[in-house]
Ligand binder design. Structure first.
Ligand SMILES: Cc1cc2nc3c(=O)[nH]c(=O)nc-3n(C[C@H](O)[C@H](O)[C@H](O)COP(=O)(O)OP(=O)(O)OC[C@H]3O[C@@H](n4cnc5c(N)ncnc54)[C@H](O)[C@@H]3O)c2cc1C
Ligand code: SF4
Length: 331
């Protein structure tokens, strides 16, 4: 029987981005990047999708640095949380950071690791023994899904808190890889059309270097509201982020809304929020928006709370997020 101990692996610790990308090319298909390790190492202890090599990112200077424009991928969540200027400029992001896990996890967890956190499912986040006794699933060691019975797609839930907030702020991600560097909207990092197992559009070996925030996102009103069972600790069962600019009781100039924790990728609802731009943010329009978003979101039964409840809570959380953002001061 396999215990909860880590199997042996070889640890590499490159000291530049170029060396990291070169190493990733040499070890293609046989490694994982290791940031804070708060997600990866528990999964390794449960013997989920092990690789023989880990490339630690903590000594790569290009992945560090924090300003209102740029967050290095290796910035720790606890440092973001303590950064008063960042909190004031981006209230939705501040909410999301402070709601990730516990202070201890935030002391090690990083921005990059949070954006790329493994999707979750209660048939997957289990010990090897538990998974073996039920029969493994598509996402690790098996060939079927226990949640939506079929053999093609995994429906594990995207459970990172930062992504919805950063989506609402129009963030971009800087990526480095074998073919050079590129910058894409955060939206384009995730792959809604994929098999749910390979959850991003990163090509093998690519690494997230930083998140960039546009000047237009600074000073937006915003909120991130998170539904979870134990408020001190748990992953999101739903996360709703809003960010916008509007006059009190007046015209909405700009509005973004993103949802995470409900499906296998986080997503924005630009077509729906665009309909509110140019008009007043009345209670009736907010209620209608909440209901429209809830109709589109399709949670499945692979987390603690029932999917129907999570879906109904979408409209509640949209209303709460917008109500609080409306009352809150601009960032
Ligand atoms: C008890 C507990 C509770 C938690 N609750 C929450 C929660 O409420 N909300 C939440 O969002 N998360 C939660 N987490 C998950 C995790 O702690 C956080 O998401 C954290 O931010 C992950 O960052 P990390 O640096 O530790 O990532 P790691 O574990 O080091 O990495 C996560 C994944 O990202 C990859 N990766 C990391 N950095 C890069 C990079 N720069 N480029 C390419 N790939 C990269 C790794 O290879 C790995 O696949 C929880 C974890 C625990 C243990
Ligand atoms: S959704 Fe299905 S394939 Fe994905 S982790 Fe859960 S049981 Fe496995």
């Amino acid at each position: 029987m396999r215990s909860m101990h880590l199997d042996p692996f070889e640890l590499h610790r490159p000291t530049s981005l170029d060396a990291t990308v070169r190493l990733a090319g040499d070890l293609a298909g046989k490694f994982d990047y290791l940031a804070g390790g708060t997600d990866l190492l528990p999964n390794y202890k449960m013997h989920i999708n092990l690789r023989p090599h880990l490339i630690a990112l903590d000594a790569v200077p290009e992945l560090r640095g924090r300003s209102l424009d740029r967050l290095g991928a290796m910035e720790r969540l606890a440092d973001l949380e303590r950064d008063g200027a960042l909190r004031a400029a981006y209230p939705a992001l501040a909410d999301a950071v402070s709601e990730v896990a516990t202070p201890l996890v935030r002391a090690s967890g990083t921005v990059g690791g949070n954006l790329l956190v493994e999707t979750r499912c209660f048939f997957f986040n289990q010990s090897y023994f538990w998974r073996a006794s039920l029969g493994f699933c598509l996402k690790a060691d098996g060939d079927r899904c226990h949640v939506v019975p079929q053999k093609e797609r995994c429906y594990a839930t995207f459970s990172g808190d930062l992504a919805p907030a950063l989506l609402a702020l129009d963030a971009e991600v800087e990526i480095a890889g074998p073919t050079g560097r590129r910058r894409v909207p955060l939206d384009a990092l995730y792959d809604p059309a994929g098999d749910g197992i390979r959850r991003t559009k990163l090509v093998p070996g690519e690494i997230v270097v930083a998140v960039h925030l546009p000047a237009s996102a600074r000073g937006l009103r915003g909120r991130y509201k998170k539904l979870r069972v134990r408020p001190s600790y748990d992953f999101p069962e739903l996360g709703v982020a809003v960010a916008g600019r509007w006059e009190d009781g007046g015209r909405v100039e700009r509005l973004r809304l993103a949802v995470g924790g409900a499906e296998s990728y986080p997503r924005r609802f630009d077509d729906l929020t665009a309909e509110l731009e140019g008009g007043p943010l009345t209670d009736a329009r907010v209620r209608e928006l909440g209901e429209q978003v809830a109709q589109r979101v399709r949670p499945v039964h692979n987390t603690f709370l029932l999917p129907d409840y999570r879906r109904r809570m979408v409209s509640v959380y949209v209303r709460r997020a917008l109500a609080e953002a409306r009352e809150g001061r601009a960032g």
